[in-house]
Design a protein around this ligand. Structure first.
Ligand SMILES: Nc1ncnc2c1ncn2[C@@H]1O[C@H](COP(=O)(O)OP(=O)(O)OP(=O)(O)O)[C@@H](O)[C@H]1O
Length: 246
């Protein structure tokens, strides 16, 4: 009998927030397996983005364990080992806050590659990634303020995929986008997942989208009576018979 594979992403009993005595998340556990897509829903302010940041090794929890591919996180933010940092790609809701305004879209996409490959190779790969996310070559020389939110989000997704992450965290990636751009970006993520077997944690408010997109959804609940919301997870399977993003 072979042992069950480690989840691609495992969050175990995570307690996290911004004040140790009143954490936003209390002992929240969630696993996402290789090739699996999990949608994370819940009311505004209950801690979805906080959990996403913990999963992306960008926010250190007060307690609990994060495992990427079975290996416990060995640091947070820039102190995380490069191999662990690059194993998780992340796309945020607001591309203008996430993207360095000084960089062209080409440089933005290529930046994560520059540590490992020569500039010319990084530029070539950035052009391929841009094409994969539907970003016209004529836009690659522009800076964030010269493109739309949807175009900039496409560049941010291309950047997140540049190092071929084993886990992709999309924190309200499509919240600011119209239906056709949403469908296009979901299709890019799905194509990447199908080819790579990567795990997806997709955070959002759009229940219909996440129930169609993901294999299952989990819900962070707000417990009434607490000053801050405390999370408990409920799980639901994918909506039947519908596998495409609307
Ligand atoms: N940097 C911060 N410093 C202090 N408190 C914060 C910080 N970021 C978030 N919070 C608080 O932590 C709680 C959870 O925030 P979080 O952004 O994780 O919620 P969310 O479920 O993603 O909300 P939304 O759906 O509105 O995006 C909120 O009460 C929020 O005000």
């Amino acid at each position: 009998m072979t042992a069950a594979p480690h989840p691609a992403l495992e969050l175990r009993e995570i307690t996290a927030g911004y004040q140790r005595r009143a954490p936003v998340l209390r002992q929240v556990s969630l696993s996402v397996h290789e090739g699996e897509a999990v949608g994370l829903l819940g009311p505004s302010g209950c801690g979805k983005s906080t959990l996403a940041k913990v999963a992306a090794l960008l926010h250190r929890p007060y307690a609990g364990t994060v495992r990427i591919g079975g290996e416990a996180a060995r640091g947070w933010r820039h102190r995380a080992p490069r191999a662990q940092r690059t194993a998780v790609g992340v796309v945020f809701q607001q591309p203008r806050l996430a993207a360095d305004p000084r960089l062209t879209l080409a440089a933005l996409i290529a930046e994560p590659l520059r540590a490992t490959v020569r500039a010319a190779e990084a530029a070539g790969r950035a052009a391929e990634l841009a094409e994969a996310v539907g970003l016209g070559g004529d836009l690659l020389g522009r800076r964030p303020h010269e493109v739309s939110d949807g175009q900039l989000q496409r560049a941010c997704l291309a950047r997140a995929l540049a190092l071929r992450p084993r886990v992709l965290v999309c924190d309200e990636m499509t919240a600011m986008l119209d239906a056709s751009t949403t469908a296009a970006l979901v299709a890019v993520v799905e194509d990447y997942r199908r080819r790579s077997g990567a795990a997806l944690l997709a955070v959002g408010h759009d229940r219909t989208l996440l129930e169609r997109w993901c294999d299952r959804t989990v819900e962070l609940d707000q417990q009434s009576g607490t000053r801050r919301c405390t999370a408990a997870l409920r799980s639901a399977p994918r909506a039947p018979a519908d596998t495409t993003a609307g």
